[in-house]
Design a protein around this ligand. Structure first.
Ligand SMILES: NC(=O)c1ccc[n+]([C@@H]2O[C@H](COP(=O)([O-])OP(=O)(O)OC[C@H]3O[C@@H](n4cnc5c(N)ncnc54)[C@H](OP(=O)(O)O)[C@@H]3O)[C@@H](O)[C@H]2O)c1
Length: 329
C-alpha cells in the first residue's frame, strides 16, 4: 500500500512515498481504508525526532476512512462504517493530565499517511455525516487540542474576550470557530494581512499584526483568556496583554521552547498559566457533539495527492497555510 514515510535522512530529505507493509489485524483492532489524512505541525517535528538509523515510520496522526475488517473481539463497529481516527492513544477519561502510557498516533507507531491502517477499535469514532472526507480527515488532532485548551483547561465563558496569536495555524482556526460558537469575543493575530482578512471572514471580532505593539493596538480591550501556541516569539507579549486574574493556556512552541518571564509582574497580576496537550477519548466525543451542534466545519486550505508530499510539507514548513492541509488517499 502507498504510504508517506520518514526514513534514512533527518528532515525533509528523509521523506518518501513507498509501498509499505500493513501489520496483521489483532483481536481488538480494526482495519481502516483511509480516504483523507490531515497534516499537523507535529508531522514536521517528527522528521527530526524519528532517527535516521530507525526503520521507516509512516507519518501522520489524523485520518478518516471506511472500516474494511474488524478483529474477533471488536463490538459496536461494522465493516463499511465511516469513521474518524482519534489520535490520542491510551487516554480514555477526562483528567487533569494524560496517563503515563499516553501516546500519539504517528510515533512511535505507524501513522495515518497510508492507504490502510490497523488501529485499536477504541480509537475510531463515527464520522460526522455532514463533513466531507477531507474535512473529517483533518479534524481530530487539532480539534481535540483546541477543545481541551478552550473548554477543559481554559473554562471559556460567554463573557470572555479570547485572544489567539498565529491564526493561520490549524489548531488556531478551530480555536476561533469554537470560541465564537461559545459566544465569546475573539481577537486574533497573524503575520499575514491576507490571513487576518480570512480570520475576520471566519468570525474573528478583531485581527491584528503579530509583530505590532499589541497594547497599542488593543487599547481598552481586556483579554481574559489567551490561547498560546507560538512559543518564545510571542509568549511574553501574550503574558503582558492578559488582564490581571486572566488565564493563558499554552500547548505549543512553534518558535523556541524556552522563555524567560518576569515572575514579579506575573504574580502581582495573579494570572493563571495552564499547560494543555491533545485530550482524552471522553473529550474527543464531546468535541464531536459540539461541532455537530454548531455544524462547524474544519477549514481545509489545500488537498494533495500522496505523490505531492514534498509540496505539502514545504507549504506547512513555510506556514503558508490558513487552516488545514490534507492528503487524499
Ligand atoms: N500539545 C499538543 O497537544 C499540540 C497539539 C497540536 C499542536 N501543537 C502545537 O501547536 C502549534 C500549532 O500547531 P499547528 O499544527 O496548528 O501549526 P501550523 O498549522 O503549522 O501553524 C503554526 C502557526 O504559527 C504561526 N507562526 C509560525 N512561525 C511564527 C513566527 N516565527 N512568529 C510568529 N508566528 C509564527 C503562524 O501563524 P501566522 O502565519 O498566522 O502568523 C503559523 O500559521 C505547533 O507548535 C504544534 O506543535 C501541540
Amino acid at each position: 500500500m502507498k504510504a508517506i514515510v520518514h526514513v534514512g535522512k533527518q528532515g525533509m530529505e528523509g521523506l518518501s512515498l513507498i509501498d509499505a507493509e500493513l501489520s496483521a489485524l489483532g483481536p481488538n483492532e480494526v482495519k481502516v481504508r483511509i480516504k483523507a489524512a490531515g497534516m499537523n505541525r507535529r508531522d514536521l517535528m517528527l522528521l527530526t525526532r524519528h532517527k535516521e538509523n530507525e526503520p521507516y515510520l509512516i507519518l501522520g496522526s489524523d485520518a478518516a476512512g471506511i472500516i474494511e475488517e474488524i478483529g474477533d473481539h471488536v463490538q459496536g463497529i461494522q465493516v463499511g462504517d465511516e469513521v474518524i481516527i482519534n489520535p490520542s492513544l491510551g487516554w480514555e477519561e477526562k483528567s487533569s493530565a494524560p496517563p503515563e502510557n499516553f501516546q500519539i498516533v504517528g510515533l512511535p507507531n505507524h501513522g495515518t499517511f497510508s492507504e490502510r491502517m490497523i488501529i485499536s477499535s477504541k480509537n475510531v469514532e463515527k464520522k460526522p455525516t455532514y463533513l466531507s472526507w477531507d474535512e473529517a480527515g483533518t479534524l481530530a488532532l487539532a480539534g481535540i487540542t483546541a477543545y481541551r485548551a478552550l473548554f477543559t483547561r481554559g473554562n471559556i465563558q460567554e463573557s470572555d474576550t479570547v485572544m489567539i496569536p498565529g491564526i493561520g495555524s490549524g489548531v488556531a482556526t478551530f480555536l476561533l470557530q469554537f470560541a465564537k460558537a461559545a459566544g465569546a469575543r475573539v481577537i486574533v493575530t497573524s503575520r499575514s494581512e491576507e490571513k487576518r482578512k480570512q480570520a475576520i471572514e471566519l468570525g474573528a471580532d478583531l485581527a491584528i499584526d503579530t509583530y505590532s505593539d499589541w497594547k497599542e493596538e488593543l487599547k481598552d480591550e481586556q483579554v481574559s483568556l489567551l490561547i498560546e501556541s507560538i512559543g518564545a516569539s510571542t509568549f511574553n507579549k501574550s503574558l503582558d496583554i492578559v488582564k490581571p486574574g486572566g488565564t493563558i493556556v499554552t500547548f505549543g512552541a512553534t518558535t523556541e521552547d524556552e522563555v524567560t518571564i518576569d515572575i514579579r509582574k506575573f504574580f502581582y497580576a495573579q494570572q493563571n498559566l495552564l499547560g494543555s496537550t491533545m485530550g482524552s477519548r471522553e473529550e474527543f466525543v464531546e468535541m464531536l457533539a459540539f461541532i455537530d451542534k454548531y455544524q462547524i466545519k474544519p477549514i481545509v486550505n489545500k488537498t494533495y495527492s500522496p505523490e505531492e508530499y514534498n509540496e505539502a510539507f514545504t507549504y506547512l514548513k513555510n506556514s503558508e497555510n490558513f487552516g488545514k492541509l490534507v492528503f487524499l488517499f
